[in-house]
Design a protein around this ligand. Structure first.
Ligand SMILES: [Zn+2]
Ligand SMILES: [Zn+2]
Ligand SMILES: [Zn+2]
Length: 313
């Protein structure tokens, strides 16, 4: 598998050129800083317990006998606002732990399950606003992936319009039809599969932009993430935790983003919700910016094998 090969993703319609020989090229600049678990440079944190007065009031909270477990609150520095005429939307933050954790692999399975369930709760809450049509949930891990505050947090941005990346996926899946859904097909592909549970699968996509890119999806065809149950969120949390541990181990704790792609307000039954997880294994350069075509030096079949080998027992 040293021959270059180009592939077009059936879901995004994006073209990726696989060029394994490029992995051997000399590099004098370091690409990705590992994200850090160190608290050495910890400065004052508005998300730590005791500092709740520094943030807007919660819109959703869960508690145990020690205090809050998970908080969802409006972003104090929102990109969009429900009161705005020119940039309408909702921008919220999810804080999944009281502990000043900086990486999702530090979260317990119940913490991850709660976070995944809270995503669904807040998506449903966004649909109460008839002017909003898409909800985008994402997590940035590591400064290189855009995280600005160390204390782990996910974000939600709901918008009145459907962003172009999503619109293209809806279009592609509509063209394919539910009976030939390319995401259902992905779920059953053995050589790119990393791990599966009864209902979910973690897999490398056919044409990933970045090496070791991972998608997580329900094995059954489902368009709306917000229908996820507590039991399913718990099960998905277990899978996420295993796969993130394998990724940290395979790539020495890279910076990464994950984001959720789900149906917009107007249900698109041909759509199939999924999380995409993008490790910052390379930087976008002139060719990618200029063309929208990506060059990846690792075939997903090899990345999946490497990740399978690193799965915790
Ligand atoms: Zn903190
Ligand atoms: Zn499907
Ligand atoms: Zn997607």
């Amino acid at each position: 598998m040293n021959e270059p090969e180009s592939r077009t993703c059936p879901i995004s319609a994006r073209t990726v050129i696989f060029s394994p020989l490029r992995a051997a090229r000399p590099m004098t600049l370091r690409h990705s800083q590992p994200h850090s678990r160190s608290e050495a440079n910890r400065s004052h944190c508005p998300f730590c317990p005791g500092n709740e007065h520094e943030t807007p009031a919660d819109v959703f909270t869960t508690h145990d006998e020690h205090g809050w477990q998970l908080r969802v609150l409006p972003n104090k520095y929102p990109a969009v606002d429900l009161a705005s005429d020119t940039a309408l939307g909702i921008h919220e933050l999810f804080i999944p732990c009281r502990e000043h954790y900086t990486t999702p692999t530090q979260l317990s399975e119940p913490q991850l399950g709660r976070l995944l369930l809270a995503y669904a709760d807040r998506i449903r809450a966004c649909w109460d606003h008839p002017q909003l049509n898409s909800v985008n949930v994402f997590q940035n891990v590591g400064a290189e992936a855009g995280a600005s505050l160390a204390h782990l947090h996910s974000q939600l941005i709901a918008l009145p319009f459907i962003p172009a990346e999503l619109a293209r996926e809806y279009e592609q899946l509509k063209k394919a039809g539910v009976s030939h859904c390319p995401i259902c097909e992905m779920a059953g592909h053995p050589s790119r599969m990393i791990a599966r549970t009864a209902n979910f699968v973690a897999t490398c996509p056919y044409a990933p932009r970045f090496s070791h890119e991972i998608w997580l999806l329900p094995q059954e065809h489902r368009s709306r993430y917000e229908t996820i149950t507590l039991a399913e969120a718990t099960e998905l949390g277990q899978l996420v935790r295993r796969v993130l541990n394998a990724l940290d181990c395979a790539l020495d704790s890279p910076a990464y983003n994950w984001f959720l792609h789900t149906s917009p307000r107007a249900d698109q039954p041909h759509y199939h919700w999924h999380f995409e997880l993008i490790p910052r294994t390379s930087r976008l350069a002139g060719f990618e910016w200029g063309t929208g075509v990506f060059i990846n030096s690792v075939f997903p079949e090899r990345a999946a094998q490497e990740l399978r080998d690193k799965l915790p027992p």
